[in-house]
Design a protein around this ligand. Structure first.
Ligand code: MLT
Length: 257
């Protein structure tokens, strides 16, 4: 497998233990904005845009989770970081797991938000290829129509999320959709991951079942589950204080280890 990493755009805030915040599909680093004022005095926050999103390069091809993990490795090396805590939201969680599997010695702790380790079902995979095909015909609104109302049940957030989907490049959306469709099952990697890990799950997530979060928390070597009542797929926007608190638990654990 040939892996050609790209140099990612990133922003950085604060000092201390390095924590890389990896956004989900189809967003960019700005999704973490509510976390910055709460956490920047407690850690070194590094907020990249994954390939295809925000201000990072938008190459051709399929963005496999492993390839996106390689981009993160490039960033970690560029910043001369030995070990970092990874905070991954949804697709960012898939990338975090791929990174941890490939480079276990570079990870000090994990926070997985609204994410899962299981691969797609055949129907889900098929649906992603279909969406990718529809985007080439009808543009980004296909993704906005399918996702925006399922991301959160807070109408005041929906239009912000829609805007963010609409400004992403179609090529980036397609690359990531195909990459997620191709991702391998990571369930049997979990017992080898022994760094402190918090699994953060919204109890009202319409895109991901609590069961998938629970399974992940059970199979990981050293993990705990934080359930957020009435929260959908976007805990960092819907419950920023509780989400920040859960991320801090991991950072405290790593600092005192
Ligand atoms: C995400 O939020 O990153 C996506 O919902 C993940 C997915 O489609 O599996």
């Amino acid at each position: 497998m040939e892996l050609n990493p790209v140099q990612l755009y990133f922003e950085e805030y604060g000092k201390g233990i390095p924590v890389i915040f990896i956004h989900g599909f189809p967003f960019d680093h700005t999704i973490w904005n509510p976390m910055v004022p709460i956490l920047k005095d407690k850690m070194r926050m590094i907020l990249p845009d994954l390939r295809g999103f925000g201000r990072s390069p938008v190459p051709d091809g399929v963005y496999t989770m492993r390839l996106m993990a390689e981009d993160i490795l490039g960033l970690v090396n560029l910043l001369k970081i030995d070990r970092a805590v990874l905070v991954g939201h949804s697709m960012g969680g898939y990338v975090s797991l791929a990174f941890t599997h490939a480079y276990p010695n570079r990870v000090a702790g994990l926070a997985l938000l609204s994410s899962q380790a299981a691969a797609d079902s055949p129907e889900k995979r098929q649906g992603r290829y279909q969406t990718a095909e529809e985007i080439t015909r009808r543009g980004n609104k296909v993704v906005a129509e399918k996702m925006a109302t399922k991301l959160t049940n807070r109408p005041e957030l929906t239009s912000q999320l829609e805007k963010s989907i609409m400004k992403t490049q179609a090529k980036g959306l397609i690359g990531a959709l195909k990459g997620m469709a191709e991702r391998p099952d990571a369930l049997n990697w979990l017992s080898d991951i022994c760094v402190p890990t918090v699994v953060i799950a919204g109890e009202a997530d319409a895109l991901l079942s609590m069961e998938r979060n629970q399974t992940m928390a059970q199979l990981l070597g050293k993990s705990w589950l934080v359930k957020l009542p009435e929260v959908g797929h976007m805990p960092m926007l819907e419950a920023p204080l509780q989400t920040a608190e859960a991320i801090l638990q991991v950072v405290d654990f790593v600092e005192t280890a």
